[in-house]
Ligand binder design. Sequence first.
Ligand code: F6P
Length: 371
Amino acid sequence: MSSNKKVRRIAILTGGGDCPGLNAVIRAIVKPAIHEHGIAVYGLEDGFHGLIYRKARHLESGDVSGVLTLGGTILGSSNKDNPFDHEMNVNGRDQRVDVSGECVDYIHEMGWDALICIGGDGTQSMAQRFQELGVNVIGVPKTIDNDLSATDVTFGFQSAVDVATEAIDRLHTTAMSHHRVQIVEMMGRYAGWLTLYAGVAGGADVILIPEIEFDMEVVAEYCLYRSRHGKRFTIVAVAEGAKPKGGKMVVAKVLQDSPDPIRLGGIGKVVAETIAEKTGLEARATVLGHLQRGGSPVPYDRVLATRFGHAALDLVLQGKFGMMPALQGKDIVPVTLTDAIHQLKLVPADHSLVRVARDLGTCFGDRTEAG
Ligand code: F6P
């Protein structure tokens, strides 16, 4: 669509795992779309599920009233439905079928001039494929994992850091009382951003992230070192994707019907048991899990999500499709979906925050620290 064709109707979906700030994005699209530009906005239910099963509802201004501070997504989400590989029963047999053509037909039948896909790397990869099929697509980056290339930060990340930091703070006091090693397992998939930031913010003594393989001997020795030097507790922040040298990530389950079937989880328990065995210290593990994705977005995420939503609508109005608003420095800039998804953004092992933490005595499990 060229920039001078009048935009009349657009659709929005939220795909993949939810995170705080999704509703703030939706609100920042819907309100100006209706009031400033006279555009009709439709919300697809449960992400790509709504596109496959033709479930969309017309959104009125009232639908987005009061949702700025609300966690989750008013549209619902799904991290299972993939229009390019959809399980369905054909002639009595369950088969995986590409139904993207039917989805494109639906988009045309509904007269949508653009589709805004709010999601992480999985959602943006599918968005890019619809763009290649001729759909006018705009992406909006979200995820608590902060692992999307091309944007400095995804909304949802700071809210998750907030929850995880508060958890570390709370575990700190009880670990001190009981002279325990307290392990806190955090989400983040293959990236250690969440654990690194919450670990530094909460003053964790040990931070274990996927990007830096750890040695259990080093971690155990560090706990003992602290204990011998009068620190009768240790806080270990471990990312769900962290793994020991030469070892593997711990997989909690495999969801065959998901585009990204691996669900990580369980490393916290492994670390706790190994520390207890090697040191004789009492070690306990807490898994923060979906607590990190729930609840109200922090003000930073409300603002970022609002800026992203507004910028996404601007891109639609300018006819700049196949793009996504990204935060680069202080500015919101358009980047191509291809750039956004070409590789995961991982923590560089020499990231400045890693170096800062090391200088403060934090152990990353790869080498002995004098802390
Ligand atoms: O990508 C967001 C995320 O919360 C990851 O940190 C985590 O590994 C995964 O989703 C969990 O997915 P689910 O909600 O399907 O268990």
